[in-house]
Design a protein around this ligand. Structure first.
Ligand SMILES: [Zn+2]
Length: 179
């Protein structure tokens, strides 16, 4: 018995009217980095459709080295496969979206963080780096981190946004910039 059963039934419904998409540039020319929180689904809050935008999610929506590596690969792939299709100087924009009431905020508390490190084996410093206590501050830190990475393609721009769980609104805190 799996709890997937009702979800698989929804998938049956979905597949009934499904039309396959071929691999191409994201239709919205966007890539979204955000938290894995189930209240923060970018398909729902940003109205993304299939083929619109790749989405990278982790705890907090933090720009980790793994996220930077994925973005570098996706930019390379887009350039190799579709570089001649779009404007020569742009590939896509990365939107970093942090949110209020983030569960990683608990990690700002040293006692909670130490207990979490002991229970999970994840180093305390790693947990501390993933904490989003003030999304307005962390989103700025992460946009700057991505822009400063030597791995970021000059054809990729980066913007920063905060999603408010209480209101449903996404507010842009940093307009898109190229490295
Ligand atoms: Zn979160």
């Amino acid at each position: 018995m799996t709890r997937m059963k009702p979800l698989l039934e929804r998938n049956e419904q979905f597949a009934r009217t499904y039309t396959p998409l071929s691999l191409g540039l994201p239709a919205a020319q966007m890539l979204v980095v955000t938290c894995l929180d189930h209240r923060v689904d970018p398909a729902v809050i940003l109205g993304l459709q299939l083929g619109d935008a790749p989405v990278i999610r982790n705890a907090g929506g933090r720009v980790t080295q793994a996220v930077i590596d994925d973005i570098a690969f996706l930019a390379f792939l887009a350039e190799q496969l579709f570089g001649r299709q779009g404007p020569a100087d742009t590939l896509f924009e990365v939107a970093v979206v942090h949110h209020t009431q983030c569960g990683t905020g608990f990690l700002a508390d040293p006692d909670f963080r130490r207990q979490a490190a002991e229970a999970t084996g994840v180093p305390e410093a790693t947990l501390e780096a993933s904490a989003v206590a003030d999304p307005h501050l962390t989103v700025k830190t992460d946009v700057e981190r991505l822009l400063a990475s030597p791995l970021l393609s000059p054809k990729v721009s980066v913007s920063g946004h905060v999603y408010d769980i209480a209101t449903g609104h996404v507010i842009t805190t940093l307009e898109a910039r190229y490295p």
